[in-house]
Design a protein around this ligand. Structure first.
Ligand SMILES: [Zn+2]
Length: 456
C-alpha cells in the first residue's frame, strides 16, 4: 500500500468530505485553505486541501456542504463546570456576597449540595448542548454534587456520549461537606479513572479532581495524592483563585498554595492548575519546573472580582497556559476575546495579550489536550480528530494566512456556528441539534431548576 506525502494510504476509503469552505486549520503548515475541504475517515482527518483535488481523489465520499462558510477546528476549553447550568437566574441568599469566599458559600456550595442525580445529568446535557451550539467540541470538566456523588461521573459521561462532544471528567474532592462526602469524592475519581482505562472511548477522559487548598486537609491531600499517583492520573485543582486561598493556606500550613500542593507531588505534565491568579514568582517556577499546565479563566475571574492572573509573565517564563471558562459560559470565542482585553487592560499596553490569547486558545489548549487524548485536537491536519465547526462568516475584509486570527477574534461569535462535527459525526447541521431534542431537554431543565431553587 503506497503512502501519500501526508502519511495516509491513497487507497484508504474516505467516508466524508467536508467542503465548500474557507478552511482555517490552526496548522502552521497551511493556516488557510481557500475553496478547501477536509477529508475524514473514521473519526480522524485524512487530508486538508483544495476541494477540487480532494474530490478527484475520493469521488465516492459523502459530501458535507459547509455552504461557503468558514470551516475551522472545534474550539476547546480546558476548564469548566457543566453543573453551573442551574445557577442562571437563581436568587442569591442575603446579605449579598462581598468576596469570593462568600460567592462560593452563598451561590455555588448551596447549588451543588442540592443537586440530585437527575439534576446532574440534565444540567450537564444542557451545558453540553450549549457547547455544540457555540462550537466548543472538547472540554475539561470539574464536577461537584456532594449529595449525589457515587456514579455522578458516569451520569455526566452518558450525557457526553449522547450529545456527542469530548470531555475529560473529574469529581471535586473537598473537606467542606464532611468526611463521608470527602471519601465518596475520592472513591468516585478512582472508580471513574479505572473505568475509563477499562473501557476506553475516544469521547471521554478523566483527571483526579480536587476543589482548592483552603477546603482540603493534609490528610485528604495525602489520600488523593496516593490514589491519583497509583493510577498515573493528572490532578485538576483550583489554585490560588482568590486571595483567601493564599491567606488561609499560609495561615494553616505556612506554605503558599502551589508549594503546598507540590509537597504532595500533585504537579506534573498531566496536572491542571486552574486560575493561578495569586501566585508569586516562586510558585510560577515550581509549576514551570514540573511541567504542569495552568488554565486561565478571564471572565470568571473578572466576575468574581478576584484579580487577573499574571498570564503574560507566565508566558514569558515558558509556562503552558491554556484557556477555559470556569462555567461562566461555554463559548470559547467569548473567553478568547476577554483574555485579549483583560491582558491589555492589566498591562496598560494596547499591544499586550494579542499573541498570548491566540496561543492560549489554540496552541496551548491543543498541547494540554495532547496529554490526555491520543490524537491531536484543536487543529485540522492529517491524523487529528475530525472535530470541526462551520461558522457563518463572510469576511468583510481580506482574510489571509497572516490575519486569520484577527477575523476569529473580532468576527466570530459562538452564535454564528452553523454546523458542529465531532469525530466525523455531525452533531448539529444548520443550527439544528441532531443528537438530542433540545426543546424537551430545556423544558425538563426548567422544571428541575425550579424545584432545586425551592429546596435551597
Ligand atoms: Zn472552576
Amino acid at each position: 500500500m503506497k503512502l501519500s506525502e501526508h502519511g495516509c494510504a491513497a487507497s484508504e476509503p474516505v467516508h466524508m468530505l467536508v467542503g465548500n469552505a474557507t478552511v482555517i486549520t490552526c496548522d502552521p503548515a497551511q493556516p488557510v485553505v481557500r475553496h478547501g475541504a477536509v477529508a475524514v475517515t473514521g473519526d480522524k482527518v485524512v487530508q486538508v486541501g483544495p476541494e477540487a483535488e480532494l474530490r478527484r481523489r475520493w469521488p465516492d465520499a459523502r459530501f458535507e456542504d459547509a455552504g461557503g462558510r468558514l470551516l475551522m477546528p472545534g474550539m476547546t476549553c480546558t476548564h469548566t463546570h457543566l453543573y453551573s447550568t442551574f445557577a442562571r437566574g437563581m436568587a442569591l441568599s442575603r446579605p449579598a456576597a462581598r468576596c469570593f469566599r462568600e460567592i462560593l458559600e452563598r451561590l455555588w456550595w448551596r447549588l451543588d449540595r442540592a443537586l440530585t442525580e437527575e439534576d446532574v445529568g440534565v444540567s450537564a446535557a444542557v451545558a453540553l448542548v450549549q457547547c455544540v451550539k457555540c462550537g466548543t467540541t472538547t472540554i475539561m470538566d470539574h464536577h461537584s454534587s456532594p449529595n449525589a456523588i457515587d456514579g455522578s461521573l458516569d451520569i455526566i459521561g452518558e450525557a457526553v456520549e449522547k450529545v456527542g462532544i469530548r470531555a475529560s471528567l473529574a469529581y471535586e474532592v473537598s473537606d467542606r461537606d464532611g468526611p463521608k462526602a470527602r471519601d465518596a469524592g475520592i472513591a468516585e475519581n478512582v472508580r471513574f479513572i479505572k473505568e475509563c482505562e477499562r473501557r476506553p472511548t475516544a469521547r471521554i477522559r478523566a483527571t483526579f479532581g480536587l476543589h482548592a487548598s483552603f477546603t482540603l486537609s493534609d490528610e485528604t491531600l495525602e489520600r488523593c495524592a496516593e490514589a491519583g499517583h497509583a493510577l498515573g492520573a493528572g490532578f485538576h485543582v483550583h489554585t490560588a483563585e482568590g486571595p483567601e486561598d493564599q491567606a488561609l493556606t499560609l495561615g494553616s500550613s505556612g506554605l503558599r498554595v502551589v508549594e503546598r500542593f507540590d509537597r504532595f507531588g500533585l504537579w506534573g505534565p498531566r496536572s491542571l492548575a486552574i486560575h493561578c491568579v495569586h501566585v508569586d514568582h516562586g510558585e510560577m517556577e515550581i509549576l514551570r519546573a514540573r511541567g504542569a499546565a495552568v488554565v486561565h479563566n478571564p471572565q470568571s475571574n473578572m466576575g468574581n472580582a478576584v484579580g487577573a492572573a499574571p498570564v503574560l509573565e507566565m508566558a514569558r517564563r515558558g509556562m503552558l497556559v491554556g484557556l477555559g471558562t470556569d462555567g461562566y459560559a461555554m463559548d470559547m470565542f467569548e473567553s478568547l476575546r476577554t483574555a485579549n482585553l483583560l491582558a491589555k487592560h492589566v498591562a496598560g499596553d494596547p499591544q499586550a495579550g494579542w499573541v498570548e490569547a491566540r496561543r492560549m486558545a489554540f496552541e496551548n489548549n491543543t498541547a494540554i489536550l495532547a496529554r490526555h487524548w491520543e490524537a491531536p485536537l484543536g487543529v485540522l491536519a492529517p491524523g487529528a480528530y475530525a472535530d470541526m465547526i462551520a461558522v457563518d462568516y463572510d469576511p468583510p475584509t481580506p482574510l489571509t494566512e497572516a490575519n486569520w486570527f484577527s477575523h476569529v477574534l473580532f468576527g466570530l461569535p459562538g452564535a454564528a456556528v452553523n454546523t458542529t462535527i465531532v469525530g466525523g459525526q455531525v452533531l448539529m447541521r444548520d443550527g439544528e441539534l441532531l443528537t438530542v431534542d433540545e426543546r424537551e431537554l430545556a423544558a425538563r431543565a426548567r422544571e428541575l431548576a425550579a424545584a432545586l431553587w425551592n429546596r435551597i
